[in-house]
Write a protein that binds this ligand. Structure first.
Ligand code: ADP
Ligand code: MG
Length: 428
């Protein structure tokens, strides 16, 4: 029997709001996490990109808060990027319009955020830096937080954010059963070192492990491309994606400067490209993501700032123009497509200059990637992946790119030659 939100313990009022927002039935991760969280447990939600972790922690939060309180923020959700903060606040609004949410992030003035804080918010959704700033000034008060979420937890607890996050946690009440605070960590990647953090910050947490779907929906191949041919190859791929697949593409670059230049180059080649990277003003970042969401831009050229959490429905292709720093970033980047049961494709460019970095990623646990026949793809639209002989060395690594599909691709519906070991050609 398939579960409904009500059958897993959600109040009918909330279940109706979920249905009205288009969420008919709970996804597997929600079926597992929501009842546990309703019981008040601390929880680690370790589930693939696009599996629905946001509602898995938002719905129990809405149930626990049970409407606008007016006596100080009781829930805090920490996220790594401003775009993700805005997106999560949007999900909360869909589930309960009555709750007041203060979204706190850097890069914009204090005025509007101070007004939100004075308006008795129930929930704070924040990036750590600005929240800490406001909390230290006494404008944001965390003494009544009883529901705390670290979304993209492994990033929030990693070097860049750990210091701020630990200080913020220190301002909240203690966590655990019989304590006032309930804590949740969510991510599609939980590297080994996160275990220590879990032990440090959570009390007897329940672990919700997302199941890999039976029918993997992401096809991720590696394409050999000469360094000086990457731009031209990308441009051809984008034409194909827009005209034949009618879907959008996210292209990841390693540096802010590189992303900026690539976006300019693509504009010059006639593509509608939006650019998202940390050197831009927040205004420009907002315009970029909104143009992309509205499908005014066929491609979003981004740094890792767009790699985590961002959910855009029509993304059919992710291109790694340059390799990321760790296998976890690879998982999150390609996880911008093939979300929530949709199909998607990812292509990782590999030039001679990238070879060493790729070896490093493999040693760190990145999965072997099948080789894509670039020439056939660009010339004839045939998505042909040749299985690599190089097998994953770390079977514990989990991520959507380990779910390569072993049957014909729908991209032109041509045969998928999984045992074909012919060498692939480099597109020229
Ligand atoms: P994750 O955080 O696990 O990467 P998200 O929470 O961003 O995934 O959800 C991915 C997509 O799935 C979003 O577009 C979201 O609206 C959709 N989604 C989540 N839960 C449901 C549901 N129960 N029914 C329908 N769509 C859902
Ligand atoms: Mg998420």
């Amino acid at each position: 029997m398939s579960e409904t939100f009500q059958s897993i313990g959600v109040r009918s009022r909330t279940a109706e709001a979920l249905t009205a927002a288009g969420y008919e039935t709970p996804n597997p991760v929600q079926q597992d996490a929501i009842p546990q969280l309703l019981r008040g447990c601390d929880c680690v939600i370790d589930a693939p990109t696009g599996s629905g972790k946001t509602l898995a922690y938002v719905v129990p939060m809405v149930e626990r808060l049970a409407g606008h309180g007016g006596h100080g923020a009781r829930a805090l959700i920490l996220v790594p990027t401003r775009e993700l903060a805005t997106q999560v606040a949007g999900v909360i609004r869909k589930v309960d319009r009555g709750l007041r949410t203060a979204v706190l992030m850097g890069g914009v003035g204090y005025g509007a955020q101070l007004t939100l804080l004075r308006n008795a918010p129930d929930v704070i959704v924040a990036c750590p830096g600005r929240l800490l700033d406001l909390a230290e000034r006494g404008d944001a008060r965390l003494g009544k937080i009883e529901y705390l979420v670290l979304d993209e937890a492994d990033e929030m607890l990693d070097q860049g954010f750990a210091h701020d996050v630990e200080r913020i946690l220190g301002m909240c009440p203690v966590t655990g059963a019989h304590a006032t605070r309930q804590s949740i960590l969510a991510s599609a990647t939980m590297p080994e070192w996160v275990q220590q953090m879990i032990a440090k910050h959570l009390q007897h947490p329940v672990r919700v492990k997302g199941v890999q779907s039976q029918e993997p929906l992401l096809e991720h191949g590696m394409m050999a491309v000469r360094g000086d041919m990457k731009l031209k190859t990308l441009s051809r791929l984008l034409h194909r994606q827009r005209d034949l697949e009618q879907s959008q593409t996210i292209v990841f670059h390693r540096t802010k400067h590189g992303a900026k230049k690539l976006a300019r180059d693509l504009l010059q080649l006639g593509h509608t490209a939006a650019e998202l990277q940390g050197n831009l003003s927040q205004n420009a970042r907002d315009r970029a993501i909104s143009a992309f969401r509205k499908q005014d831009a066929e491609v979003l050229v981004a740094t890792n700032v767009a790699a985590r959490g961002i959910d855009v429905a029509n993304v059919g292709l992710v291109v790694n123009y340059e390799l990321p720093e760790t296998p976890q970033w690879l998982t999150h980047r390609v996880g911008r497509t093939a979300r929530n049961g949709a199909e998607g494709k990812a292509i990782t460019f590999l030039s001679d200059q990238d070879a060493e970095q790729w070896r490093k990623l493999r040693k760190q646990g990145a999965p072997a990637l099948p080789k894509l026949d670039g020439e056939r793809l660009l010339e004839a639209g045939e998505w042909i992946m040749t299985e690599t002989l190089d097998e994953p060395r770390n079977s514990r690594f989990s991520g959507p790119q380990s779910q390569q599909r072993r049957r014909p691709s729908r991209w032109q519906g041509r045969p998928f030659q999984s045992r074909d070991r012919r060498s692939h050609t480099t597109p020229s």
